[in-house]
Ligand binder design. Sequence first.
Ligand SMILES: Cc1ncc(COP(=O)(O)O)c(C=O)c1O
Length: 386
Amino acid sequence: MNLFDVYPINEITIVKAKGSYVWDDKGEQYLDLYGGHAVISIGHTHPHWVKRIEEQLEKIAFYSNSIRIPLQQQLAEKLGKLSGKTDYQLFLCNSGAEANENALKLASFHTGRKKVIAFSKSFHGRTSLAVAVTDNKNYVAPVNETDNVIFLPFNDADALESCFKKEGKEISAVIIEGIQGVGGINVADDSFMRKIRSLCDEYGAVYIADSVQCGYGRTGKFFSHDFAGVNADIYSMAKGMGNGFPVAGIIVAPHIKPKHFQLGTTFGGNHLACAAALAVLEIIEEEKLMGNAVMVGKYLRDELESIPELENVRGRGLMIGFDVPAELKDLKKNLLWNQKIFTGEAKPNVIRLLPSLALKKRDAEQFIESLKEEIKNLVSTTTPVS
Ligand SMILES: Cc1ncc(COP(=O)(O)O)c(C=O)c1O
């Protein structure tokens, strides 16, 4: 049997990982500024995370949600403490798409309405509702097409207001990433998020903060939506939550009440996933990783902004993007093959940095040095000799 070929892959086989580094099967070391797509939050194979999972594995890995699992309550308490949303309610599932799927479904149950507002360049996942609110036709199968989703321009408060004026009574939810990831690191304006809050309040709609990529401390605040100083009704989370162990969830504001059987999952919230997620939160707190994300993120932003060839450096904390001009189109590839540094990308010309929140300053310095070297090489090969 062959694999179903849906991923364009780099011909590299990673066999070992530690902190911000990974090693291939030939022993070559790579600096990981991609974090396996923003997943590695506390660093690869963190000893506390490994120990917590190993110890849990020896006890029990899984039992269904038909019994009490105290680890889930411990996780909810820790998550409440670190995020500051102590009165929210946690529902656990397995992936970012599933989290958004549940958030959108819950909003519809709660309001009894069908329509959802989403924004240009959004990415919310590949399952039916999640992909329906994703602004990329390539991912939307005919069966996912629906008239229930209204796409509006990102950060356009006037468009949002007139949409609510026209259809406000039918709007179930507004879903927005605090910083668009797949869309190319586009930061939602604080004033725009506040506008979403006030319009949702006025018209009785649910504000869903997709924090799958931009959340879990990556920006220096637990949820990047927090920069706006207002709360969302539902936050979805996944990637950094398990540091690579598949675990996801939504947290739900207290005014949205649960009903038995409305939401559910077989694997979500299993013992092993909770142990992994608890280990992540313990390390984020103990090693003050949100502070580190701010400090190393600022260093990277300042350095990147001082490189004249790079355009529009943007982001928050350790979620950073910049545009690469046409003559540097091979930059990401060259960083990987010449400098052994993984970075992320967003089409057509954005490089994304999504490293572990524990990235050390000296690793960031090494990246900047390597980046400058590769830019110099590319500029010298594309500049005609006069
Ligand atoms: C903002 C956002 N939401 C949702 C998802 C979907 O998450 P998953 O791939 O775990 O289903 C992603 C994945 O990249 C994402 O970036």
